[in-house]
Design a protein around this ligand. Structure first.
Ligand SMILES: Cc1cc2nc3c(=O)[nH]c(=O)nc-3n(C[C@H](O)[C@H](O)[C@H](O)COP(=O)(O)OP(=O)(O)OC[C@H]3O[C@@H](n4cnc5c(N)ncnc54)[C@H](O)[C@@H]3O)c2cc1C
Length: 382
């Protein structure tokens, strides 16, 4: 069996292109968007032109026709500069658009995936509810048959792009007795009556990524908007999350890389006791540990992405990558603050934002505790 640790020429080109874009178009605005909690919708049109809104979808559906290795690279490079934009791209690509691409009919793919993948439209994916997060199948939102379509009632919580999305994939109960096998997925367009954007969350981190609740009040959609088989919505959502978690691992990896680079630079520039603080072994050991953790997270993330590209199961490997990368992103960015001393505690230097953003990664798309449950179950499944 051969092992390959180098990115291909094409993957390297993608990496460099996204790095240049992030440095030029995102970096100058990072703190302004963070402070104002401004979601830069226009940036998504630009990212769409570069293929970043549809990395993993075929060109016939408006995508860039690339795989998860390239996708992980894109999310990593964007998040190295701003985790908010990384999170928004991830929710748009691998949750909303991918759910429609994986389980939609050809007509649904043409109608919805094409504008989403090309960046013309923005996507949201609504699973979480006020009283059901980790226990997502405990949802209360219902979809009942009415007038040749479905009537959706209920509310969703913490939805990325809950206010700005044009297209939303919504999980709702179609048969309560069937429990998780009685949950179905639906495509709901923003302009549907009864689709009401709720409160925008005032968050610790990833503040430029919009997060809000959505309320569905007698929101009617036609029969053709059911996504996938009736009753398979929850199972399909879990399969969508297997891919999504690779992007959260890449998001964490990018944040850790950004924090590490700022700490390494600062350690060489900052003098105390007549020399650069990098010369102190205590600082060197911190940086060595950070570099080691980032390397391990990158290998785990790329392994999961590679397996996904081979169309092999990734439930365990995605959860391992997501768990490890998220946890080390928090540690690495915290150490980056420490290396910056008092300056690291101010908003004039990057580490505090990396740390705030990193924390999301241990919560979104399944908390670290839930990842451990997923991994443990896989250890004993045949
Ligand atoms: C910025 C942001 C963006 C998000 N975007 C989206 C989105 O686009 N779409 C969407 O559907 N959701 C989204 N979410 C929701 C996210 O997926 C949930 O917050 C997450 O799954 C946790 O659910 P919860 O917040 O209800 O926490 P809870 O499930 O209430 O968990 C609270 C605590 O209990 C622990 N816990 C729960 N069950 C167990 C258990 N069985 N064993 C051990 N510990 C347990 C958890 O790990 C956690 O520490 C987003 C969240 C955030 C913060």
């Amino acid at each position: 069996m051969s092992m390959q640790f180098d990115l291909t020429e094409e993957q390297l080109q993608v990496k460099h292109m996204v790095r240049e874009f992030a440095e030029a178009e995102i970096k100058p605005h990072v703190m302004e968007w963070d402070e104002a909690q401004r979601f830069p919708r226009d940036l998504f049109f630009k990212m769409g032109e570069l293929g970043l809104s549809g990395v993993i979808f075929p060109e016939e559906f408006g995508g860039a026709g690339m795989g998860y290795m390239e996708y992980a690279t894109v999310i990593e490079e964007v998040s190295r500069v701003d985790g908010s934009i990384g999170l928004s791209l991830a929710a748009h690509n691998s949750l909303c658009t991918n759910h429609i691409y994986q389980y939609g009919t050809t007509e649904q793919k043409e109608k919805y995936v094409t504008p989403l993948a090309s960046g013309q439209k923005l996507g949201a994916w609504a699973l979480t509810e006020p009283s059901s997060g980790s226990d997502a199948s405990g949802m209360k939102t219902t979809a009942a048959r009415r007038n040749g379509g479905w009537l959706i009632n209920g509310s969703k919580n913490f939805i990325t792009h809950g206010i700005s999305a044009d297209t939303c994939v919504v999980m709702a109960i179609t048969s309560r007795e069937m429990r998780s096998r009685g949950i179905s997925a639906f495509i709901v367009e923003r302009e549907r009556e009864g689709f009401i954007a709720g409160k925008k969350e005032n968050k610790l981190g990833v503040r430029a990524s919009e997060t809000s609740s959505i309320i569905f009040e007698d929101c009617w959609i036609p029969e053709e908007n059911i996504l996938g088989e009736q009753g398979r919505g929850f199972v399909n959502a879990m399969q969508v999350l297997d891919g999504g978690r690779i992007s959260i691992a890449a998001l964490a990896l990018g944040i850790a890389q950004g924090a590490f680079e700022s700490a390494l630079k600062y350690a060489q520039e900052r003098n105390q006791f007549g020399q650069a603080i990098f010369n102190f072994e205590a600082i060197q050991f911190k940086l060595a540990d950070m570099a080691t953790q980032i390397d391990a997270a990158r290998l785990l993330t790329y392994r999961a992405a590679w397996l996904k590209d081979q169309k092999r199961p990734t439930t365990k490997e995605s959860a391992i990558a997501k768990l490890y990368a998220s946890e080390i992103a928090v540690k690495v960015s915290e150490e980056a603050i420490q290396i910056h001393g008092g300056y690291g505690y101010t908003k004039d230097y990057p580490p505090e934002k990396f740390w705030r953003d990193a924390k999301l990664c241990t919560i979104g798309e399944g908390t670290s505790e839930v990842q451990r449950l997923v991994i443990a179950r896989q250890l004993v499944s045949s």
